[in-house]
Design a binder for this molecule. Sequence first.
Ligand SMILES: *Cc1c(COP(=O)(O)O)cnc(C)c1O
Length: 437
Amino acid sequence: MATTRSLTLTRSNQLRQRAERLLPGGVDSPVRAFRAVGGEPPFLTRAEGAYLYDADGNRYLDYFGSWGPMILGHAFPPVVEAIQKAAAASASFGASTAAEADLAELVTRAVPSIEKLRFVSSGTEATMSALRLARAFTGRNYIVKFEGCYHGHSDGLLAKAGSGLATFGIPGSAGVPEQIAQLTLTLPYNDVAAVEAAFAAHKNEIACVIVEPVAGNMGCVLPEPGYLQALRDITAREGALLIFDEVMTGFRVAYGGVQELTQIRPDLTTLGKIIGGGLPVGAFGGRAEIMDKLAPLGPVYQAGTLSGNPLAMAAGIATLSHLEKNRESIYEQIDNTAAAVANGVASAAASAGIPLTTNRQGAMFTWFFTANPVRDFASAESADTKRFATFHRGMLDRGIWLPPSQFEAAFLGTAHTQDHVDQTIAAAREVFTGMQE
Ligand SMILES: *Cc1c(COP(=O)(O)O)cnc(C)c1O
């Protein structure tokens, strides 16, 4: 029996109305406005472990983890303590500290293809800087990206960039000059022939191929067997760099990211999200020979007032240290929890006769409302986004917070338990029953 519920969001709605007068759409990042799923976004006040709390006192089980970073749960005590300690010693110096090399050591130990790296303040900065470096290193201008992959919002990377844009039905973005967009060759994901064709058409002109090695920004889409190896082989043969954008997958699908799972070594890697433990951090790194082209050693300029910020470094060190020490148990635990919830909800949909395709890699997954296999952006777009919106709303009403778009991956972490899984499956069963009527 489907029960109709709805949240009390009185205070959240007051806060939203005030925010809408001051911030475009009331938000600082578009998907937060819930336009793709309808309804009003709750305004959050605090979170602990696997739970989020809003301004009206509603509690939600969190399946988005601040879009990925909160793998150890919210307000994880060692991370909180590290930030407090760093803050007491000054929030920022704008000069070097030991913490930068400490975090760099943790990252290079986890991701052996990274010999040297540089910290920035967001994933967007990391990918934008990696592209500049790839162009400078190869002396070429074109870049290859894939439909549905999102690499932050810099000009050249917004063509067919998944999630946020797909959510709003925008193909690219206004304000990106055609001359810049023309240098981005956008190809379908999981299509090796398209990559071969692009390199044939632009012989010696392509600087790099940038890819989400497990895609998360068109919803979770897995690389088919051999796909990433083909990208490695083609780029090596053609003298182009291969960039794995592991901002989402790094320290998420395995401690060492997709490159640990596949043993494929990209030339450059971009990171973010988990490496900042919830604070604003990104990083790009790779072969020393390439990284040494950066100023002050080389001619590629890149800089940041708050880059390597001590609070962010402290949160990152606390997070990665805990993950490194417990990597055997943690990644197995979150894989099992994610499998249980992903498969449990999938069975509930099957029982209710609702077509659902579940894609998952470790603790990163998407329920697509379609009977089709989802292997690229076109198949992701075949999902019924109205159904997803109904599902999202129904789950939110039952205290389950899912990412607010069909084209975003869900995440869970070490704070999620079998009890949480059972509650989630029970809520999904109710919502699916309601959707049949
Ligand atoms: C989130 C994300 C980015 C952008 O990172 P920001 O910190 O939001 O700028 C880039 N690439 C991928 C794969 C991401 O998931």
